[in-house]
Write a protein that binds this ligand. Structure first.
Ligand code: PAF
Length: 288
């Protein structure tokens, strides 16, 4: 399979259209999680459809002091992974191509859901994400766009944006891909030393262990995760917890202790200088 590299919006707009078009948006540094999204995109649109992977490290979604400058840029490897997973096109524009007028003055605002959890820790992050996702949807004009459930709050906000602003696209969530040791795949995992990784594994351990208490209710889920996260805070290097939250998937508000229904258990923490997030979907309280 040859995958064509496209650099400009003009080239992108002149692409022939045949069948349905699926887009997988990424910031590059592709890994098996992205490859899974691309394969699922191909499955959805079939052999006559088109699969477009976008590769763009979006400055608008990085705060001051975050890892914009050191974010991995690996376009040759990305092209090989996209080709292997059966993408037709990789759209990898420059910053000037995406933001020809410099920093955009008009942006998409994520609203209250964008201020919780990740949004509280990274002010403005989701406005930056939704603005670029909105632009990339306009540029690529897909029938379907696929996003990983690992970024659960991002996925919920993109769904909400598509609904609130009438984007004519199906938004599809794809389950998190984990390594053999259960670490959720992330482009940032490459920053972890062996010792960092041993600590980082406590994140998925906390989530998966707490998940087994889902039938006992929300308080039990939170308690069970916190036992593991508290002890990970005493490891070397320590896990520095940003948040653990058991939230309603529709708006990312914390669910009350007597809640019954679908929920997301989400965690964010720093290990060394690397910030990691993870989450699992749960049905809480049903077995009481
Ligand atoms: O999830 C990501 O990689 C990014 O937030 C996205 C959706 C590509 C927007 O820059």
């Amino acid at each position: 399979m040859t995958t064509q590299l496209i650099r400009t919006a003009k080239e992108l707009h002149s692409l022939p259209r045949g069948g349905r078009r699926a887009v997988v948006m990424t910031m590059g540094a592709l890994h098996e999680g992205h490859a899974t999204l691309v394969r699922e995109a191909r499955r959805l649109v079939g052999p006559e459809g088109q699969v477009v992977v976008t590769v763009f490290v979006n400055p608008l979604q990085f705060g001051a002091g975050e890892d914009l400058d050191r974010y991995p840029r690996t376009l040759d490897a990305d092209l090989a992974i996209a080709a292997e997973a059966d993408a037709d096109f990789v759209f990898a524009p420059s910053v000037d191509e995406v933001y020809p007028g410099g920093e955009p003055q008009v942006r998409i605002t994520a609203g209250p859901m964008g201020e919780r959890l990740e949004g509280a820790s990274r002010p403005g992050h989701f406005d930056g994400v939704l603005t670029v996702v909105g632009k990339l949807l306009h540029l690529t004009l897909p029938d379907v766009a696929l996003f990983g459930q690992k970024d659960a709050q991002q996925l919920a906000l993109i769904r909400r944006m598509a609904r609130d602003l009438n984007f004519p696209v199906d938004i599809v969530g794809v389950p998190t891909v984990r390594e053999g040791d259960n670490l959720a795949l992330s482009s940032r995992n490459r920053y972890l030393s062996d010792a960092d990784r041993a600590t980082a594994l406590e994140l998925s351990r906390a989530l998966l262990t707490a998940g087994t208490s889902a039938g006992k209710g929300a308080a039990s889920v939170r308690r069970s995760a916190m036992v593991i996260l508290d002890s990970a805070a005493r490891m070397e290097p320590p896990l520095r917890l940003d948040y653990l939250a058991l939230v309603d998937p529709s708006d990312f508000t914390e669910v009350p202790d007597d809640y019954s229904g679908e929920a997301i258990l989400a965690v964010a923490a720093k290990v060394g200088t690397t910030r990691l997030i993870d989450n699992i979907p749960l049905t809480v309280g049903a077995a009481r």
